[in-house]
Design a protein around this ligand. Structure first.
Ligand SMILES: Nc1nc2c(c(=O)[nH]1)N[C@H]1C(S)=C(S)[C@@H](COP(=O)(O)O)O[C@H]1N2
Ligand SMILES: [Mo]
Length: 160
């Protein structure tokens, strides 16, 4: 291959790399209830008045349990701040970008200090799956110590 053929290929590869690294994830969550859809932006969540920090033990496969600090909003408080009427809701489905899904009952969501939508771990915003993190948003169920239902990369929340 001569140099005149190689240069355009190198330029194209370079452009693809630049494009990929500069691409920003759109950070938001979709909340769906019947025919209504609400997009909750990251700024609303990051600056929420009810966000608190709490300790948790993270059990990730292949690793020792680690003590961490999560920051998040109690799910029931997030719903009230969004003016959602959850009086008729029985179950809440969480869908993640990797296809993982969990369903919680409204009773569990309403248990005090249990179910949190988290966005920060050890003082840093959680990274997306593409960037190798658990975020941007992860559910943390404090009374579920084995963390199978701590769904990472939440995309949609469906109220039924
Ligand atoms: N989106 C998503 N969340 C998830 C999972 C998953 O595969 N995808 N696995 C669950 C399980 S079984 C556990 S034990 C914890 C920790 O998973 P990890 O071992 O992949 O870190 O995350 C939970 N949340
Ligand atoms: Mo697991």
């Amino acid at each position: 291959m001569n140099i005149k053929k190689v240069i355009p290929i190198v330029i194209i590869i370079g452009l693809i790399l630049i494009f990929n690294f500069s691409r920003k994830d759109i950070i938001s969550i979709n909340i769906l209830q019947k025919e209504n859809q609400q997009i909750v932006e990251k700024d609303f969540i990051y600056n929420h008045n009810d966000a608190i920090s709490f300790p948790a033990v993270v059990r990730s496969s292949g690793n020792k349990p680690v003590e961490t600090e999560y920051k998040g909003i109690e799910m029931s408080k997030l719903f009230s701040s969004l003016d959602l009427d959850i009086s008729q809701v029985e179950k809440i489905t969480f869908n993640a970008s990797d296809g993982y899904r969990i369903i919680l009952s409204i009773e569990e969501i309403n248990e005090p200090n249990n179910v949190y939508l988290t966005f920060e771990r050890d003082g840093k915003p959680m990274k997306s799956k593409r960037q190798g993190g658990n975020g941007p948003f992860q559910l943390v169920i404090r009374r579920d110590p084995f963390s199978q239902r701590w769904i990472k990369h939440i995309e949609d929340i469906i109220l039924e």
